[in-house]
Design a protein around this ligand. Structure first.
Ligand SMILES: Nc1ncnc2c1ncn2[C@@H]1O[C@H](COP(=O)(O)OP(=O)(O)OP(=O)(O)O)[C@@H](O)[C@H]1O
Ligand SMILES: [Mg+2]
Length: 384
């Protein structure tokens, strides 16, 4: 039998203006297989002055229902991006004393909406929450972090849309009114300290004049262990408090026929998205070039397509600031995505050729980028 499940997709247009942008119907078989997905923009969304599609790749602004076929488990990017990833699934499963939670359970538990950026998906009829995260102060952050680690999570965490992607324990929080993403080190006993390494990487990207959020390392003591984490300023919220639309590169490159993730992603694919959609393509290509060389130099092999995104700034869509740039614990040569048909990325010495292949003419600037990355690499090695 085919069961129909209904969800609402809301968008925040201004700090005080949220509208229902579209209605999503999932057609799922008894065995859990997703047959197809219907999406329809609301008249309210279509009638907004100078409105644009939810993402630069669609769905197109039509006043009819649009049907997306599926391979049985994949969802269109503009929905998939909003779903909790491994961490969120663990949080939800723990509410049911279980280890796993399937997509439908996860979706139905997002009573106050799931998603990051300006979009929220919630079961039909339920109004999403637009909180900037759980309000904490310097004294309550320890307890909050302990609860995250122990999965001692009350429903408030689900309701405050803290189900952001990835696998590490994490939450969306505010300290003194400022919104942050808090990521805690996964292993308490390990000497590998991803918080310190990520902070060093973000800090050095920023100091090179490229886009990366401010961050700081925090430490706290639990009864039995001490723990560190990284507090990262949110870049999907404007100074006026309004969320910005955001879309992962993974989502932009999904198969239009089956909604599957791209099988073999590449840096060239990201460059193509930048050329097709960015309002500042040269600036963004330069950032991508830098991130490619940096990821090779510091051993951030987890450079998959969900770790790159486009974000809608006032001037239009742009490559987002860098995030999840972390030297990996277990060194391996192959990266998650390829460049020039190889999963072993070019080393710094090949920077000029790499820039050319990405369509950049940088001239002398390549030398200073090489030196900067060399410096970053040395700095990060000293943190390990
Ligand atoms: N500073 C930020 N502001 C807004 N959104 C962010 C920021 N950093 C990351 N994000 C969003 O949150 C998601 C999760 O963050 P991130 O990728 O850093 O962690 P992760 O994938 O969970 O890490 P790990 O795989 O190590 O567990 C990202 O995919 C991105 O959508
Ligand atoms: Mg990530």
């Amino acid at each position: 039998m085919l069961n129909k499940h209904y969800f609402d997709l809301h968008v925040q247009l201004k700090p005080d203006l949220v509208i229902l942008a579209g209605e999503v119907s999932l057609y799922i078989k008894d065995n859990g297989r997703i047959e197809f997905i219907d999406f329809a923009y609301t008249d309210e969304y279509l009638s907004v002055d100078r409105i644009e599609p939810l993402t630069p790749a669609g769905p197109p602004l039509l006043n009819t229902t649009q049907r997306y076929m599926s391979d049985g488990r994949s969802l269109p990017g503009f929905i998939d991006d909003l779903l909790p990833d491994d961490w969120g699934k663990r949080v939800i499963a723990s509410q049911f004393n279980s280890k796993v939670a399937d997509k439908l359970l996860v979706l139905n538990q997002c009573h106050k909406g799931c998603g990051i950026g300006a979009y929220r998906l919630s079961p039909k009829g339920l109004k999403p929450n637009w909180s900037h995260g759980t309000k904490l102060d310097n004294s309550s952050i320890d307890r909050y972090s302990e609860n995250l680690i122990d999965l001692n999570i009350d429903h408030d965490i689900i309701e405050s849309s803290s189900l952001v992607g990835g696998a590490q324990p994490k939450g969306l929080i505010q300290i003194n009114g400022k919104p942050y993403l808090l990521k805690l080190n996964a292993a308490v006993s390990s000497s590998y300290n991803s918080a310190i390494l990520e902070h060093a990487a973000l800090e050095t990207i920023r100091s090179s004049g490229l886009r990366a959020p401010n961050s700081q390392v925090i430490s706290f003591k639990h009864e039995t262990y001490s723990l560190q984490g990284i507090l990262i300023e949110r870049f999907d919220i404007k100074p006026n408090g309004c969320f910005k639309p955001m879309v992962s590169i993974n989502s932009l490159l999904k198969s239009t026929y089956t909604q599957e993730d791209p099988a073999n992603g590449s840096y060239e694919d990201i460059a193509r998205c930048i050329r097709d959609y960015s309002c500042h393509p040269v600036e963004d290509l330069k950032q991508l070039f830098f991130q490619l060389l940096l990821n090779e130099a510091i051993g951030n092999t987890d450079d998959h397509l969900r770790n790159f995104a486009m974000i809608k700034e006032d001037s239009g869509w742009q490559l987002s600031p860098a995030y999840d740039v972390v030297p990996q614990e277990h060194l391996q040569a192959e990266h998650a995505i390829s460049f020039n048909k190889s999963f072993i990325l070019p080393r710094l010495e090949l920077a000029s050729d790499t820039a050319k292949k990405l369509g950049l003419t940088l001239g002398e600037e390549v030398n200073s980028i090489q030196q900067t990355i060399q410096r970053i690499d040395t700095h990060i090695n000293s943190c390990q």
